[in-house]
Design a protein around this ligand. Structure first.
Ligand code: PLP
Length: 390
């Protein structure tokens, strides 16, 4: 070799940011399994199992349920591009970065976004959505279930009822909630839903699990114009995931192995226990943070279990604290995005990263980093409060 390039040796990290989360060894082993053909009967069987596990996780009987090739944003783009035609109106709920991203995609699909806003850190008011629907007769309402940029959980029952009453389609982003909080697609009347693999499913990034209700499939079949994205056109991709096994693009074999194993891990643990674990670790983290005099951005009732937006205290250098956590402890957390840049830390407790040990270590590390910043706190109070919560 002319160029001296050494073997890859990524550092060991504790991933407690907004994703990716740490990947369990069994998923890493699945990734290293031999690659076989995307039409090999053995692979088709793995696809069928993956699809059945995803249906169970989304709590749906939707036939059109499979992972799209690409990260969470590919799922977002797939849902919007397949359901919207040029000139269609769509109500988009915006209370953080990912709602903003949906608005951008709606426009790129030739759609007309009707934006319903709430301040970053607050939930969307269903009455505002109802008014927007009544005034417009929009085809679809798009909302983020778990806003990773603000740590806010959007309640969906009231929203789904009124969207249905108005005869619109409900599209929900569950990239951060799926696998950490219940997502009941059929019960909640969700028509299109997408997620990502690297958050509470603890797979590497690379697939976007997605599901369409019968109504959404009909909307797709009744289109007058072809889907503007060839790659994400679900009317073609579904023929590969369905019985025809029609070639569209080569499935990312290794990532589907990884997702298959990650889903097995989800159901070995059990959904209820998995959700309870996410809640338990969140509550212990919050108890610890509060004992250190820190607060969270969202109100108590609107907080995510898997992503905690912590307000950065006055006179503390947000980025320097993150850097210290990474350099001294190997812990990655996230900073604020958009209008929250420099104002919050985003502490993830997603999937395999949501553990008691991570919570306790993080509180110790944060205490040390805050002391270096000259922030006054009573030593050990955070960890003691977290132990108290456990
Ligand atoms: C991470 C995330 C996305 C985007 O997913 P990528 O995998 O980064 O493309 C979309 N929506 C939400 C709520 C997210 O947290």
């Amino acid at each position: 070799m002319d160029i001296a390039v050494s073997e890859l040796r990524p550092p060991a990290r504790i991933l407690m940011g907004p994703g990716p989360s740490n990947v369990p060894p069994r998923v890493l082993r699945a990734l290293a399994s031999p690659v076989i053909g995307h039409l090999d009967p053995a692979f088709l069987a793995i696809m069928e199992e993956t699809k059945a596990l995803l249906q169970q996780l989304f709590q749906t009987e939707n036939e059109l349920t499979f992972p799209v090739s690409g990260t969470g944003s590919a799922g977002m783009e797939a849902c919007l591009a397949n359901l919207l035609e040029p000139g269609d109106q769509a109500v988009v709920c915006v209370n953080g970065l990912f709602g903003t991203r949906m608005t951008d995609i709606v426009r790129r699909c030739g759609g007309l976004p009707i934006i319903v806003e709430a301040p970053w850190g607050e939930i969307i008011d269903p009455d505002d959505v109802e008014r927007a629907l009544a005034d417009s007769g929009a085809k679809l309402v798009a909302v983020v279930h778990a806003e990773t940029s603000t740590g806010v959980l959007q309640p969906l029952t009231e929203l789904s009822r009124l969207v249905r009453e108005r005869g619109a389609l409900l599209l929900v982003d569950t990239v951060t909630s799926l696998g950490g909080f219940p997502v009941q697609v059929d019960t909640w009347g969700i028509d299109a839903v997408y997620s990502g693999t690297q958050k509470c499913l603890s797979c590497p990034p690379g697939l976007a699990p997605l599901s369409f209700s019968q109504r959404a499939v009909e909307a797709l079949e009744l289109r007058k114009t072809p889907v503007q994205s060839w790659y994400l056109d679900l009317s073609m991709v579904r023929r590969y995931w369905g019985q025809e096994r029609f070639y569209h693009h080569t499935a990312p074999i290794s990532m589907i192995y990884a997702l298959h194993e990650a889903l097995r891990l989800v159901f070995e643990e059990g959904l209820d226990e998995r959700f309870a674990r996410h809640k338990r670790n969140h509550l212990a983290l919050v108890a610890g943070l509060e004992a250190m005099g820190l607060s969270l951005l969202p109100k108590r009732d609107h907080r995510l279990w898997m992503l905690n937006a912590v307000v950065v205290p006055e006179a503390v250098d947000e980025a320097r604290v993150r850097r210290r956590l990474l350099d001294e402890f190997g812990i990655e957390i996230g900073g604020g995005l958009g209008e929250l840049k420099g104002k919050v830390w985003r502490v993830g407790l997603m999937g395999y990263s949501s553990t008691r040990n991570n919570v306790l270590l993080f509180l110790v590390a944060l205490e040390r980093a805050l002391q270096e910043e000259g922030y006054a706190l009573s030593p050990g109070a955070g960890v003691a409060a977290a132990f108290g919560e456990y």
